[in-house]
Write a protein that binds this ligand. Structure first.
Ligand SMILES: Nc1nc2c(ncn2[C@@H]2O[C@H](COP(=O)(O)OP(=O)(O)OP(=O)(O)O)[C@@H](O)[C@H]2O)c(=O)[nH]1
Ligand SMILES: [Mg+2]
Length: 271
């Protein structure tokens, strides 16, 4: 069982209580894991510009290297690795833009011969970067709320598609066993984080209803799902001439990245 009490949406009051990467992944443990260790493969899905690639770069430590630059729009399947105590985790990120490459990546990842163990589905509470054709079409002088609402609407189609693919795969292979929803970019809307928590986690929303439907279809013994907030790069969000500033410092971001990493490892070990 995963200890849910140690995972929180809100920053701990005392900084000393922030999740610490060194406690999660020591170099010695990483080295030992190269030799032996359980292998877990995870698909990372979500709409264009929600922050999938950058999140995976932070989880795998790539983004902490000097000269790191953000990847830009993804065209193909991307792989990142995480090594923890007795476990090797491979994150395969599916590009968000609709394209033949995206469909090929989805088919490759939801392949019955090599089923994935889990799915991390990334959402950004409507703050998708203005990168997709859809988003650019939508921002024609509309305000942030209209833009966000349109993104949140498409997000339902997207989670429905992923749930349907998961249902088919579980029926045939018994996997993936779990879904972890990453509610990212919280540095942009931390002051209203409760709304995101209601939408994606505790509330009776269309989003949570869609996942519960999957859970009922496949049976809760065969599938678990969890939701956790996170953020990665602290870029300001731009919409037309308006700029929404990131409200976090690096240490706060690192707390959420480390907490998320801890969660992935815990679910992977339990599955
Ligand atoms: N403030 C803030 N900005 C973020 C965060 N994550 C990503 N971004 C911004 O969002 C942009 C898009 O992130 P990506 O990781 O490239 O998005 P993606 O989901 O991989 O998009 P596709 O490759 O098009 O599917 C980044 O270039 C950053 O500017 C975050 O946690 N906080
Ligand atoms: Mg990407």
């Amino acid at each position: 069982m995963v200890d849910s009490s140690s995972f929180s949406w809100i920053l701990p009051l005392a900084e000393e209580a922030y999740a610490n990467r060194e406690e999660i992944l020591s170099n010695w443990e990483k080295f030992k894991t190269q030799l032996t260790g359980k292998q877990i493969s995870i698909a990372v899905t979500g709409l264009p510009g929600v922050g999938k690639s950058v999140l995976c770069d932070y989880l795998s430590e790539k983004a902490y290297q000097r000269n790191y630059s953000t990847p830009g729009k993804s065209e193909d399947l991307e792989n990142n690795n995480i090594a923890a105590k007795n476990i090797k985790i491979r994150l395969s990120t599916i590009p968000g833009q609709d394209s033949p490459n995206k469909l090929a990546a989805l088919d490759e990842i939801f392949h019955e011969e090599y089923p994935i163990d889990g799915v991390i589905h990334v959402v950004a509470n409507g703050y998708s970067s203005l990168r997709s054709a859809f988003a650019q079409e939508w921002y024609q002088g509309t305000d942030i709320e209209a833009y966000r609402q349109a993104q949140l609407k498409v997000e339902i189609d997207d989670i429905s598609d992923i749930c349907e693919r998961m249902r088919k795969s579980i029926r045939i292979t018994g996997k993936p066993k779990w879904l972890l929803v990453a509610v990212t970019k919280i540095d942009l809307y931390y002051d209203t984080i409760e709304q995101a928590r209601d939408r994606y986690h505790v509330g009776e929303s269309e989003f949570t209803r869609r996942i519960r439907k999957l859970s009922n279809q496949v049976g809760s013994d065969n599938f678990t799902w969890e939701v956790l907030p996170v953020c990665s790069i602290l870029d300001d969000f731009k919409l037309g001439d308006t700029i929404y500033q990131s409200k976090f410092k690096e240490k706060e971001r690192n707390h959420y990245i480390n907490q998320f990493l801890k969660k992935i490892i815990a679910i992977s070990k339990a599955s």
